[in-house]
Design a protein around this ligand. Sequence first.
Ligand code: HEM
Length: 138
Amino acid sequence: MDPRTAAQLNPHFALVGGQEAVDRIVDEFYRLMDTLPEAAGIRAMHEPDLGPTKAVLKKYLSEWLGGPKTYSAERGHPRLRMRHAAFSIGPAERDAWLLCMKGALELVVTDEQFRGQLMQAFFKTADWIRNDPQGRPS
Ligand code: HEM
């Protein structure tokens, strides 16, 4: 497919830089989670081997950005709140997740305005995933 046509079909996926860029974002995201002291608590929620989790997040984020729909083909509807219900996620955990994502985006996505838009969208999802009893309308 002509790359311009592809960009029209999935503008965000193309804007980020396609699969290679998404893979780098996820690798950097988990590298930061593995090293930042602020992220130690959420790192501990994950398995010692981050390989399988990385592979899933790469597929999820590609699809979320408008790229290939491999995630839902393999895992069905994301049901992110349900899939995170086993973990205790409050504002500190949400912010640690966002800190890792911010750092990863800074290393991979050069357009500052676009990074800001992505962070706003991640904030909404991360805040919706939050399952601490405080401050939730539900
Ligand atoms: C708010 C803070 C968050 C924490 C503490 C957190 C933590 C986790 C943990 C511990 C897992 C399980 C990993 C595994 O089983 O290997 C997971 C899975 C996942 N998370 Fe998060 N997460 C957060 C936010 C998010 C956000 C904002 C997104 C999406 C933008 C997201 C997307 C996913 C996906 C796609 C999976 C895999 C689901 C599946 O099994 O299909 N998470 N998360």
